[in-house]
Design a protein around this ligand. Structure first.
Ligand code: WT7
Length: 664
């Protein structure tokens, strides 16, 4: 979605009634100070957490870019989210209100509420199981292939309690994707479910795990949570139901939260890119929890009286940080919703806001664009006036989407921001900070780097870019919440993030700073596809394509989509003996969905006789993209380092010819 970032001064919006209104200059002065002494600054934030042992050094930077935040410190994320509250009057406060997707007589069929004490007890029992029945210890990895049910955050907290590392695989991924991730992470156990509800359909996750297990090397056990009571195949000696296993965990089980080093791995979460297999981003405990504490307060202004709802799926980083660890550490009351926000009708999401009186709402541009299409009458049917703060994430928010939600739910006055961050950053980096000091909003902007974060937009040579000129988004200083490394591949970590501009973190996004200093992230600079805000690796899709018997070679690019922002299309060269046909197209599409998962739905498949390549055999993705979009190859030349203008033109002519004359 192209974003118009050249918005005039008059289009700024000043939210009313915010206690901490600030001018841009005031914010900048504060920000400058925080960045100058960023170590001390972050140390002062970290002191809010409960530490079992305080750190020796705020930042161990002896081996850049492998930084250790709060080195020598010891803490436990499960303790911070549970034990700490249980010792206070928050003990009986509702932590999670979970709503299942199925409806009956116009009401949700299942609503489960968990107080902090309920969560504490359940997590302790699960930790007991993991420890005593599955022998999971500090340093072990468990895989979680689960939909949005309360047991998912519980198992994350249970693993964290033991100092074990968890690896969540989004429930829209396929068995191949699970197997690849579990093998890389060397998981011993997978926790899954007998089924999941999504948009009225029941997904059979257990059988997907069964297929994955044909290819895994380290997984010995499968724990199955009964959600739908779908009949599943259980392998004796390997598979157990949670309900059965829980009988062996005493109702008052208590497992000591393991004091873990600040820099020990809390989780591994895989992200995909344009080359190579998915990268396991490893997040630490101390830095990560510190960043989440800061952003829950500054960005979300979280208070005890709030009802907070982050609509993301826990399978992605947004859910890890802003459904599980962030809000629970703050002792918030939050909504967790199982299914589609537009099931059974367009108004499901606003009926949830109304039902529970949601006051803080975290959503995405893709969701908003879908609702716009559904029509505003659905929103008007519900009272959403409890909402006092909103944020969006995942991709640039187009001003139309911003204005629509701002008007209908935001009543043209609540703070509404677009928080920029990525799986790698662990938490929000660029945003408005209404909980700290609120500068005027502009529709579509990301705001400014949060305190302590030294973000900038630079040119190809690493110099600060002029206002309103597109450049690369970078983070110039280490920050708490940054990845420890790429799992088992530190070299790749250095290469991907710290080699383009030595010593500083390259995010892979294009951005501009406007004359007031607001950041506008424009989109990926590296051809990573963002489908509905989720990162989808072209490499993963291309590997899936060539596993189809008819496909010899392939190239995948993203093309704009009205709702999802971007969707993938594929160009394929067929093997000898295969001819292009509608049928084959569909077969190839199905195959990719089967291999990668339902999120990998190819919008189209084009048959080509040749793929445009540079002399060093790299696919000229921008040429492919231009053809896919029906654009002239024109402005792609400067970006295609290795090929001459002539080469690009002829490659373009060749490929668009293929598409036109029916090979496509
Ligand atoms: C990429 C990271 C972090 C949670 C969700 C995505 C894009 C994310 C914004 C925003 C413009 C955004 C960037 C980034 N992105 N938020 N508010 N405005 N772009 O995590 O899958 O790791 O993707 O999402 O391109 O690099 P992710």
């Amino acid at each position: 979605m192209p974003v118009n970032w050249s918005i005039s001064f008059d289009e700024r919006i000043s939210p009313e009634g915010l206690p901490h209104a600030a001018t841009v200059d005031e914010y900048k002065r504060f920000h400058e100070l925080s960045v100058k002494d960023y170590r001390d600054f972050w140390a002062s934030v970290a002191l809010d957490l409960d530490w079992f042992r305080i750190w020796d050094r705020v930042l161990d930077d002896s081996k850049p870019p492998f930084y250790k935040w709060f080195a020598g410190g010891e803490l436990n994320a499960s303790y911070l989210c549970l034990d700490r509250h249980v010792k206070t009057p928050r003990r009986n406060k509702v932590a999670i209100i979970w709503e299942g997707e199925p409806m009956e007589d116009g009401k949700p069929k299942e609503v489960r509420k968990f107080t902090y004490y309920d969560l504490y007890k359940d997590v302790n029992r699960m930790a007991y199981l993991l420890k005593n029945k599955y022998n999971i210890k500090k340093g072990d990895v468990i895989g979680l292939y689960l939909p949005m049910i309360p047991e998912l955050p519980m198992f994350m907290l249970a693993a964290a309690r033991l100092g074990a590392t968890f690896c969540v695989v989004f429930s829209g991924f396929s068995s191949d994707a699970i197997a690849e991730r579990m093998n890389d992470a060397e998981a011993k156990l997978i926790v899954t479910t007998d089924g999941a509800w999504r948009a009225g359909k029941m997904l059979d996750l257990k059988s997907i795990v069964d297929t994955a297990l044909e290819k895994t090397k380290t997984v010995r056990s499968v724990l199955v949570i009964e959600r739908t009571h779908n009949k599943v195949n259980m392998v004796r000696g390997r598979d157990e139901f949670l309900s059965g296993m829980m009988k062996s965990a005493p109702s008052n089980a208590y497992v000591e939260p393991e004091p873990v080093k600040s820099e020990s791995p809390l989780y591994v979460l895989y992200t995909s890119g344009t080359t190579g297999k998915p990268k396991g981003q490893v997040h630490d405990v101390g830095g990560y929890m510190t960043l989440l504490h800061a952003t829950m307060k500054w960005v979300f202004d979280i208070k005890d009286s709030d009802v907070y709802w982050c609509m993301a799926d826990i399978g992605w980083v947004t859910g890890h940080s802003y459904i599980v660890f962030g809000p629970l550490m703050e002792g918030a009351t939050e909504i967790m919703y199982e299914g589609s926000p537009v099931f059974p009708e367009q108004d499901r999401w606003c009926s949830i806001i109304e039902r529970y009186g949601v006051s803080i709402f975290y959503t995405s541009p893709t969701a908003i664009r879908g609702w716009i299409k559904g029509g505003e009458q659905w929103v008007k049917m519900h009272d959403t006036s409890t909402v006092r703060l909103m944020n969006s994430v995942g991709e640039p928010i187009n001003p139309e989407a911003f204005k629509w939600l701002f008007k209908l739910v935001g009543r043209e006055r609540v703070p509404f921001g677009s928080t920029w961050w990525m799986t790698e950053t662990g938490g929000i980096m660029i945003s408005h900070v209404p909980g700290l000091m609120m500068i005027p909003m502009k529709p579509g902007t990301n705001g400014m780097p949060i305190p302590g974060i030294d973000a900038d937009v630079i040119d190809e040579h690493g110099n600060p870019q002029k206002a309103n000129e597109r450049g690369f988004l970078v983070l110039k200083k280490p920050w708490p919440g940054m990845p420890l490394t790429i799992f088992k591949d530190p070299k790749r970590f250095e290469e991907v993030y710290y080699s383009k501009f030595p010593g500083i973190f390259y995010a892979g996004d294009y951005a501009v700073k406007d004359p007031d200093g607001y950041f506008w992230v424009l989109g990926r600079a590296d051809e990573v596809i963002k489908v509905a805000g989720h990162r989808l690796g072209t490499y993963e899709l291309e590997s899936a394509l060539i596993r189809h018997k008819a496909v010899a070679e392939s190239a995948v690019v993203g093309v704009p989509d009205e709702i999802k922002g971007e969707v993938p299309v594929a160009f394929v060269i067929l093997r000898q003996g295969y001819a292009p046909s509608e049928e084959l197209k569909n077969e190839i599409k199905d195959e990719v969905r089967k291999q990668v998962g339902p999120i990998a739905s190819l919008k189209d498949v084009f048959f080509a006789s040749k793929l445009p390549k540079t002399r060093s055999a790299k696919i000229m993705r921008r040429v492919v993209k231009a053809v896919a979009m029906g654009n002239p190859p024109g402005d792609t030349t400067t970006l295609e380092d290795e090929a001459s203008i002539e080469e690009i033109k002829s490659a373009y002519a060749q490929l668009s010819g293929d598409v036109r004359n029916g090979r496509g």
